[in-house]
Design a protein around this ligand. Structure first.
Ligand code: ADP
Length: 188
């Protein structure tokens, strides 16, 4: 299985992705986690990414593509993977397809779209802000991330629908309910 998770910030991609890792025994690749680690370690890449992340903007395509390309080369990703937070725009999706082709792998098998309305997203992210204190969980930055998601990432649902692999799943409900919906789609 080569899975892409699509969903607004706060839609539950990270949490559900972890549960899918346990269920299917394939690694999760999260560009957000990789970028936050780079920022914390103050690497060159982290320094380049920080300003965009703090503003809720997308980090440059070549940076995130480099992260994913390197990670996909590792042997554990050969049996499949779950991508969380990548691709986030059409250029990234096209590059990913080209990468998989170059590696001699098949294409994406499931693009799972976790659907949660904007109102619920804002309230979840504001709550997360008080718990985790992530730098980009402030209301104006949250609004910006949602706007960018709607403008740049939502069109990927049509992109993957054209490949016959897109599935929208209702992201409202308990963690376990949402997870069972995802498992049902993937196991079908
Ligand atoms: P969320 O889904 O909650 O917005 P992520 O943890 O996936 O957060 O990403 C945090 C930030 O990292 C994004 O707002 C963006 O600045 C950057 N980022 C992550 N993935 C990508 C990507 N594929 N392309 C560009 N920027 C990215």
């Amino acid at each position: 299985m080569r899975i892409v998770l699509l969903g607004a910030p706060g839609s539950g991609k990270g949490t559900q992705g972890e549960k899918l890792v346990t269920q299917f025994g394939i690694p999760k690749i999260s560009t957000g986690d990789a970028l936050r680690a780079a920022v914390a370690e103050r690497t060159v890449l982290g320094k380049q990414a920080k300003a965009a992340m703090d503003a809720g903007e997308l980090v440059a395509d070549d940076i995130v593509i480099g992260i994913v390309d390197e990670r996909l080369q590792q042997p554990d990703a050969r049996k499949g993977f779950i991508l969380d937070g990548f691709p986030r725009n059409t250029a990234q999706a096209e590059t990913l397809d080209a990468m998989l082709k170059r590696m001699g792998s098949g294409g994406i098998t499931h693009a799972l779209h976790l659907h949660v309305n904007d109102e619920e997203i804002v309230s979840r992210l504001l709550e997360r802000a008080t718990i985790e204190g992530r730098a980009d969980d402030k209301e104006d930055v949250i609004r910006n991330r949602i706007d960018i998601y709607n403008a740049e990432t939502l069109p990927l649902i049509a992109y993957y629908r054209a490949q016959g692999v897109a599935h929208t799943v209702d992201g409202i409900g308990s963690l376990e309910e949402v997870f069972q919906r995802l498992v049902a789609v993937v196991s079908h």
